[in-house]
Design a binder for this molecule. Structure first.
Ligand SMILES: Nc1ncnc2c1ncn2[C@@H]1O[C@H](COP(=O)(O)OP(=O)(O)OP(=O)(O)O)[C@@H](O)[C@H]1O
Ligand SMILES: [Mg+2]
Length: 252
């Protein structure tokens, strides 16, 4: 398959006063891939996502998302990108079905189309039976599944998922990871997945990027990075080991 960049950044930088949150970042994400976006707390992952979405303005450099500049064409970018933020917001006093219908309206999807889509999406993430319950009473895992349903309604070209498994139990985590894999495989959505759950990231990512102190210090398929750091004959190396090796080198 021919590789085509769907996201590109060049020298992308964001400073908050003296603090450089994202430092001269240049990388690409290929169309159709699942990209695991890793790095310790405060390394600049969310800030990068916010710049790609046009929700915060870069201090320097540029980004392109599909054919758009997020700073000047934020609305166009928002139309083709689905976003599950660190704290997924829904209307707590509406039920799941009502929340999804609202999302559909925002995305100009008429009822004639959306009602069936909403039913399918709720079914696919296993929320059918609880679709009439107010979202304020949802558990964390249920909210995250509703986030996936929102992506299914919107059917964006790209989805940014910022720590979608944070605080979920092992079964909830596995389910979300399977849904993400299916968004990629069955709906052809390019995925940018930020997570600290390295085992899960290893399961589904085509490539990973490790960000430390605002810089991308490693980028590529996990096996390639493992070979670079551990040599050819080591057999299978876990992403945990690869990550810690890079992390220690930078912190040393
Ligand atoms: N609005 C803001 N004002 C000032 N500093 C900020 C702001 N947002 C982020 N920062 C700083 O920028 C740096 C990068 O933060 P960011 O949230 O991008 O990290 P992250 O990699 O997403 O971390 P985590 O894994 O904890 O979510 C941090 O030092 C943070 O304190
Ligand atoms: Mg973050």
């Amino acid at each position: 398959m021919e590789q085509k960049a769907i996201i590109e950044t060049r020298n992308l930088t964001k400073s908050y006063g003296e603090q450089v949150a994202v430092d001269d970042l240049s990388f690409t994400i290929e169309e159709g891939e699942i990209f695991g976006f890793l790095g310790p707390n405060g390394s600049g992952k969310t800030t990068t996502l916010l710049m790609l979405l046009g929700l915060t303005e870069p201090s320097g450099g540029w980004a392109k998302v599909a054919e758009f500049d997020p700073t000047r064409e934020a609305i166009k970018v928002k139309r083709i990108v689905g976003y599950i933020p660190e704290n997924m917001g829904f209307y707590d006093d509406m039920n799941a079905r009502e929340n999804l219908r609202f999302i559909a309206l925002l995305n100009n999807i008429p009822d004639s189309v959306s009602l069936e889509k909403i039913g399918d999406a709720l079914e696919r993430v296993g929320l059918n039976e609880e679709a009439g319950k107010k979202v304020g009473a949802y558990s964390r895992g249920m909210r995250q599944r509703l986030g996936i349903a929102e992506i299914l309604i919107k059917e964006p070209k790209i989805a940014f998922l910022d720590e979608p498994t944070l605080g979920l139990d092992p079964d909830g985590t596995t389910r979300i990871i399977e849904y993400i894999q299916s968004l990629s495989k069955d709906n052809n959505i390019t995925i940018l997945l930020s997570s600290h759950d390295l085992k899960q990231v290893q399961k589904i990512s085509d490539r990973i990027g490790i960000m430390i102190n605002g810089r991308m210090i490693a980028l590529g398929p996990i096996e390639t990075l493992a070979k670079e750091k551990f040599g050819l004959d080591e057999g299978e190396i876990s992403l945990d080991d690869v990550y810690m090796k890079y992390f220690k080198e930078v912190s040393a």
